[in-house]
Structures are given as structure tokens and as C-alpha cells.
Ligand binder design. Structure first.
Ligand code: AMP
Ligand code: GLY
Length: 423
């Protein structure tokens, strides 16, 4: 079988490494992949958003199955186009990917089907939004409707900050058309949990829960990033909470999407906040999380490709999805300065002993030499029986990866460890 994976980050590297465990797969192509992924797949220089070229490539190379991993191609309809030429895919069609592509859509869906989430208002013109902010409680949360490279959420402490956020999104168009509508929502508090699930539109199977670390610096300080590290499972997510989420959030979401004629097949990601009034949805993603995938897939005991095909064929109810009992940790090594200005092009040295535990996000190969080429360069992972061991193994492995200007958080999993030891 020839499989193609669209995307080129750490998440895609983790997916590819897991797919390689399936012996029926003879070739894996990554579009575009990256210099690190090149060790595990054939990288093809076609961008993640270049759907026309992806389809051309898939047909010309007789691809048997495609995994569309990032949000952009899913929201743009890559799965629809690949299916039109007869290529089975893992990932939702465009009409279902809207659950991530439009926050207005997802908020209205949750309201209509009584799925717990923050109270909100939608605004289509600046004047109304600014007037509303005069009456709103602070802090408040401003969200651009469309995709905004993970930067479209602003938590405003004061009315001035909130108004500046609305003006920058709606008038100055800092996120382009994504900000032409905004959602202003209630500020919630509580521990956050990421739950990735497999769903074929009939059955939904949660994967092991995880915890992201979004801020750039230790102690959850500094700017928001794409994620600086993850642990799994998330110790705040008890069995009791998991049961409540299944009843009040996961199943109702699958049913709601079916009722809207937007059956979701793929990985549906629930970003949850465990508030004192119960778990609430902070965001839906129509794809695997990054860097959640880097801790969730190493704990997957069952075969990923078999599960993906079952999702496509809607036979997930007959397919085993089993996770190991242990824990996993991932530490992201970034270029100093990220998420703002940073330098790249530095030689990347990954000791042979840790190669299998490294998922490369931003690297390129130049004359056979691997060099940094991005803000988040790679994730170093480890699994073990306990979270404490997984974290210490991951940090030991970090010491065996070297590049100039590397920086990483030293406290990944610290909060989770405190909670786990309390449990
Ligand atoms: P992202 O959408 O991944 O850029 O990040 C959004 C982050 O903003 C979440 O992980 C939360 O930490 C925070 N957030 C989003 N919505 C709310 C809300 N209603 N109340 C409090 N925090 C929120
Ligand atoms: N880690 C958050 C995301 O993938 O959106």
C-alpha cells in the first residue's frame, strides 16, 4: 500500500512513525514533510494547502490512502477533492471541518444541541461589538471566526484591551477575512484537557487524554505558542469526568453533526476546560493536535492504519483501539526568540540513541546536513510506567539533541505531576 500524509510538522512525523508499524504499507510520502521526516518518508515538495497538486500527485503515483493532518487543507476541502478521484482518506470533508474552520458555526452548534460551552455573542460589525464591550464583564475572550494560525484568541483583562482586540481583528484585519466576524465569550477558569477522539460518524472512541503547555516560558509565563510540551494522560481527567464528557459532549457532538448533514469522520479534538460547573468545550479541532499527537500515539497499542481505515469505512465499532497503561511526555525544543523573531539554519545534531524518540517539526536538509528551519524545531518524547519517569527520560534525551540557540521549557509536566501525586 502506498500512503500519503499531507503536512510537515511534528504531528505528521509522529503519525508517519506510527504508520510505519503496519507492514502492509510499503511506501509513505509526506507532502511537504521536512528534513527530519525525510528519514521516515519520501518528502515531496508540495505545500499542505496546494490541493490541486496533491490530487495530481496522488493520481500519478497511484496512492492507495491519504491522511490529511493539518487544519488548512481540511477546511479547504482536500478530502473532498481526493475522494472525487477515488482516493480514500483519513480526515473530515469540508462541510464537517467547519467545526474548526468557523468558531461562529461551532458556538451555534453547541447552543442548538445544548453542549456545554462558554456563553457568547457573535458580531458582524465593529460598532455593535464595541458597544457590547461597554456592558460586558471583564476579563473577556475575543475570538476571530476563522483560522488564524492558532493566534485568533485574545483574553482581554480590561475594556481597552478588549476593544483594541476587536478593532485589530475587524478593522485592521490582522487575521484577514478570518476576523470579519468575531465571537466574544465568557471567560472560564479551570484545568484544561485535550481529548483527541477517533470517530466514523457512528462510533466515537476517545484516545488517552493529554495536557498541552501553550505559554513560551516556565511557570506558564510569556507569549502563547503552538505548544511547548505535552503529557499524557492528563491527571485532572478522571474516569468520572471522562464518562460525563462522553454523555454530555462527545456523543452529542457526533449526533449534532449528523443531524446537520455534516457527518464527521476523522480525528475530532475536544479542547475542554474543567470548570466548577462541569466540563465545557473551549474549542473543537477537526484534526490531531500538535504536540498532543506526539504523546498520544506513542501510547497507542493498536495499529493506527487499521483504525484509520475503519474510520473511513465506518467500521470503528468492530475495531480495537487500545492504549498502553503508561504515561508519555514530550518536550518541544524551539529556536530562541520563538514565537517572535528567531534565527534558523543551525546544524541539528540528534544522537543516534534518541532518534526514534524525536519528532521533527522545523528542519531542512542542505547538502546532506540537517539544519533548523522553524520556531518549533522538534519534540523529544518518552514513555514510561509513571509520569515522573517519562518526564525524566524525556529531559535526559533533550540533553542528547543539540543546535545553536535552542531553548525549551524546564517545567513540562510539573503541574500534572503535582496533581498525579495527589490522586
Ligand atoms: P487556541 O485557540 O489554541 O489559540 O488557544 C485558546 C486558549 O485560550 C485556550 O487554550 C484557553 O487557554 C484560552 N481560552 C479560550 N477560550 C477561553 C474562555 N472562554 N475562557 C478562558 N480561556 C479561554
Ligand atoms: N495543541 C493545540 C492544537 O493542536 O491546536
Amino acid at each position: 500500500m502506498k500512503v500519503m500524509v499531507i503536512g510537515g510538522g511534528g504531528r505528521e512525523h509522529a503519525i508517519i512513525k506510527k504508520l510505519k508499524e503496519n507492514k502492509s504499507i510499503t511506501e509513505i510520502f509526506a507532502l511537504p514533510g521536512n528534513g527530519g521526516i525525510a528519514a521516515d518518508a519520501l518528502c515531496v515538495d508540495i505545500g499542505a494547502k496546494d490541493i490541486e497538486k496533491q490530487v495530481e500527485f496522488a493520481v500519478a503515483n497511484k496512492i492507495d490512502y491519504a491522511v490529511v493532518a493539518p487544519d488548512d487543507p481540511l477546511v479547504l476541502g482536500a478530502v473532498d477533492e481526493l475522494q472525487k478521484v477515488g482516493i480514500p482518506c483519513f480526515g473530515p470533508e469540508k462541510k464537517a471541518a467547519v467545526i474548526e474552520g468557523s468558531k461562529v458555526f461551532s458556538k451555534r452548534l453547541m447552543k442548538k444541541y445544548s453542549i456545554p460551552t462558554a456563553e457568547y455573542e457573535v458580531f458582524e460589525n465593529t460598532r455593535d461589538a464595541l458597544d457590547y464591550l461597554d456592558r460586558a464583564a471583564m476579563p473577556t475572550v475575543i475570538k476571530a471566526d476563522g483560522l488564524a494560525l492558532g493566534k485568533g484568541v485574545i483574553i482581554a483583562q480590561t475594556k481597552e484591551e478588549a476593544k483594541a482586540a476587536v478593532t485589530s481583528m475587524m478593522e485592521d484585519k490582522i487575521f484577514g477575512e478570518s476576523g470579519s466576524r468575531v465571537v466574544i465569550e465568557e471567560y472560564l477558569t479551570g484545568p484544561e484537557v485535550s481529548v483527541l477522539t477517533f470517530t466514523d460518524g457512528k462510533t466515537i472512541v476517545p484516545m488517552v487524554s493529554s495536557m498541552d503547555h501553550k505559554r513560551a516560558l516556565d511557570g506558564d509565563k510569556g507569549l502563547n505558542t503552538g505548544g511547548m510540551g505535552t503529557v499524557a494522560p492528563n491527571p485532572y481527567y478522571t474516569e468520572e469526568i471522562a464518562k460525563e464528557c462522553m454523555e454530555k459532549i462527545f456523543l452529542p457532538t457526533v449526533r449534532a453533526m449528523n443531524a446537520e448533514g455534516r457527518t464527521f469522520k476523522g480525528c475530532l479534538y475536544f479542547g475542554l476546560m474543567l470548570t466548577k460547573d462541569g466540563p465545557k468545550v473551549i474549542e473543537y479541532n477537526c484534526r490531531f493536535g500538535d504536540p498532543e499527537t506526539q504523546v498520544v500515539l506513542p501510547l497507542l497499542e493498536s495499529d493506527l492504519f487499521t483504525i484509520m481505515q475503519a474510520v473511513t469505512n465506518q467500521t470503528l465499532d468492530k475495531t480495537e483501539v487500545r492504549f498502553k497503561n503508561g504515561c508519555a511526555a514530550c518536550v518541544i525544543m524551539a529556536s530562541n526568540g520563538y514565537p517572535q523573531k528567531y534565527q534558523s539554519g543551525f546544524e541539528l545534531h540528534i544522537d543516534e540513541s534518541v532518534k526514534d524518540s524525536v519528532f521533527v517539526a522545523g528542519a531542512k536538509r542542505e547538502n546532506g546536513v540537517l539544519k533548523t528551519a522553524g520556531g518549533r524545531v522538534l519534540g523529544v518524547t518518552a514513555t514510561a510506567d509513571t509520569l515522573k519517569e517519562a518526564l525524566s527520560k524525556a529531559y535526559e534525551r533533550v540533553d542528547r539533541v543539540h543546535f545553536k540557540n535552542a531553548f525549551w521549557r524546564k517545567d513540562i509536566g510539573a503541574k500534572a505531576l503535582c496533581k498525579a501525586e495527589e490522586n
